[in-house]
Design a protein. Structure first.
Length: 312
């Protein structure tokens, strides 16, 4: 089965109004990015949010191809299922895929790898990302962050300006009134763009369901060797996640609600093997998807501090 079905059957006729207001807003944002910036890029991880962005970009510029490349900051600790999906999607779309590796930043001495039980490369990717934006002179980086994910992300504007060091000043942001998006930036500045900022996790899953979008298998329930730590379920099928000798491995039926690094992303018990079942599960859930991300639990302001330093 191809990743992308016949887009002719799914694209919204540009001559009429789209029935989904969130989709309409996102398409408008994509078109504003291309109109206002010289060299945009779409940050792509192979996760559900960035996959949704790709579909929205297709609709925004159909029948032309997506007019900007995809950029993945590969920590080297990604789930193999998402990497395979990433490469296949880019090839089928005929879109340029740029990959930059955190391992290179480590080898160059720009960042120091964490050690110990809770070691993660998640925060290290900030340096690799900023280097990549500078290398290619991208002035707008499009990403799938949503305001419902985490309170620091709820503070972001849709066009979020970063200074020439890639830093974000949450107390000095531009107003965005009446859907007016101001893309004017000074030399050295760049903008992070969030087309699905106003979407919720359920909105994303409902859109994937409606559009029939293919996603990596890791999002569906599957048997996996796992172990329990701090009440959370961790993958034991690789040599990335540190495991103590007394942390017993057991096969469980699980899926992942979010697909960050293996070292900081826990699974959830689930029997949802279809999109319909996943949507039902999310609709009934009382816990945010970020509840399975251990990197957000390091401190009350963990995400905000990382964003101030240039994290997406």
């Amino acid at each position: 089965m191809e990743v992308i079905d016949n887009i002719k059957e799914q694209v919204v006729d540009v001559k009429r109004i789209t029935v989904n207001p969130l989709e309409s807003e996102a398409i408008y944002i994509f078109r504003e990015v291309v109109a206002q910036f010289e060299k945009p890029v779409l940050l792509f991880s192979g996760g559900k949010d960035s996959i949704t962005l790709v579909r929205l970009a297709q609709k925004a510029f159909y029948p032309s191809k997506i007019p900007f490349p995809l950029l993945h900051i590969d920590t080297g600790h990604n789930f193999p299922e998402t990497i395979e999906f990433r490469d296949r999607l880019a090839e089928e779309l005929g879109v340029e895929l740029i990959v930059r590796n955190v391992q290179d930043s480590i080898d160059q001495g720009k960042v120091v790898e964490e050690k110990g039980k809770y070691a993660s490369r998640n925060s290290l990717q900030t340096t690799t990302l900023l280097d990549a934006l500078e290398e290619f002179k991208f002035d707008a980086a499009i990403g799938g962050a949503r305001r419902d994910e985490e309170k620091a992300r709820a503070k972001e504007r849709i066009f979020s300006v970063r200074d020439d060091f890639g830093q974000w000043d949450e107390k000095n942001q531009r107003p965005e009134l009446f859907d007016h998006l101001n893309g004017k930036i000074d030399l050295g500045q760049n903008v992070r763009v969030f087309p699905i900022s106003n979407w919720t996790e359920l909105d994303v899953w409902s859109y994937i369901q409606k559009e029939g979008i293919e996603i990596p298998s890791i999002y569906f329930a599957h048997k996996r060797k796992t172990f329990i730590r701090d009440g959370m379920i961790w993958s034991a099928e690789d040599d990335v996640v540190h495991r103590e000798e007394d942390e017993a491995v057991e096969e469980r039926l699980v899926r992942f609600r979010t697909v960050g690094d293996m070292s900081c992303t826990a699974a959830v018990l689930s029997d949802a093997i279809t999109i319909d079942k996943v949507v039902e599960e999310i609709r009934a859930s009382t816990i945010s998807e970020r509840g399975a991300r251990i990197d957000d639990k390091r401190s009350e302001a963990a995400m905000e501090k990382r964003k101030q330093q240039g994290y997406f």
